[in-house]
Design a protein around this ligand. Structure first.
Ligand code: AP5
Length: 213
């Protein structure tokens, strides 16, 4: 199964992504983790990303997409849980083209819904425990604002493609996990291929099929 995980900061992408991946025997590919690993190792990508990640800004699309393509080609051939991408319309469009080329288009875009006040509370609690550089009150507010302005509008694309599944991720972790796994199971049992309207495919950069006489 090919799963995209789209949610605001602190909604539980990492927490639920790890469990889903374990349950379904899939690799959990998280762009935030990959970027932090590059930063820790001082790679070229890490040096280009560090200040942006610490300020809660988005890393440029081309850098993220190149990184994701490489990992998908290497690790995602038998399915994936892709956490934290796409975050822009451009990322959605290019990721779709890449997935079409690799025969790895998403079966489900899993959206974790959590109100802003809950995620702020979670991230401030994590800051006290772990001290992640981007978990300060100002940067959390900025990450959330970017999510609402730039990332959330992408959800409509997946809804039109009929692969969007939204789960309430405000309850305790185990409860959310149960809901998520049940939702994924019903997608798995539904053999119908995901609908893809001509307009949507065109918007994502794939030319429409010629109409049959
Ligand atoms: P990333 O690491 O993806 O950060 P994020 O989106 O801000 O998400 P978080 O990791 O903070 O939260 P999460 O949703 O994974 O929740 P978690 O499970 O950790 O990205 C970091 C940065 O990298 C970005 O800001 C950007 O700069 C860059 N970047 C990444 N991808 C990019 C892209 N595609 N394009 C451009 N730039 C990109 O949970 C959070 C806390 O809540 C934890 O303490 C957890 O224990 C707790 N928690 C989780 N679920 C629950 C629950 N149900 N109840 C109570 N507590 C819970």
């Amino acid at each position: 199964m090919n799963i995209l995980l789209i949610a605001p900061p602190g909604a539980g992408k990492g927490t639920q992504g790890t469990v889903i991946a374990e349950e379904l025997g899939l690799p959990h590919i998280a762009t935030g983790d990959l970027l932090r690993d590059n930063i820790a190792r001082g790679t070229e990508l890490g040096r280009a990303s560090q200040a942006l990640v610490e300020r809660g800004e988005l890393v440029p699309d081309d850098l993220v997409l190149e990184m994701v393509r490489e990992v998908l080609e290497r690790d995602g051939r038998d399915g994936y849980v892709l956490d934290g991408v796409p975050r822009t319309i451009e990322q959605a469009r290019t990721l779709y083209q890449t997935a079409v080329e690799l025969g790895l288009t998403a079966d489900v875009a899993l959206h974790l819904h959590v109100p802003d006040d809950v995620v702020v509370e979670r991230l401030l609690a994590r800051a006290a425990e772990q001290g992640r550089a981007d978990d300060t009150a100002d940067v959390i507010r900025h990450r959330l604002a970017l999510y609402h302005r730039v990332t959330a509008p992408i959800l409509a694309w997946y809804q039109q493609r009929d692969i969007l599944v939204t789960v309430d991720a405000a309850p305790p972790v185990e409860e959310v996990t149960r809901e998520v796994l049940a939702a994924l199971e019903s997608v798995r049992l539904d053999d119908a291929p995901p609908a893809d309207t001509t307009g949507l495919a065109a918007a994502f950069g794939v030319p429409p099929e010629p109409s049959q006489p």
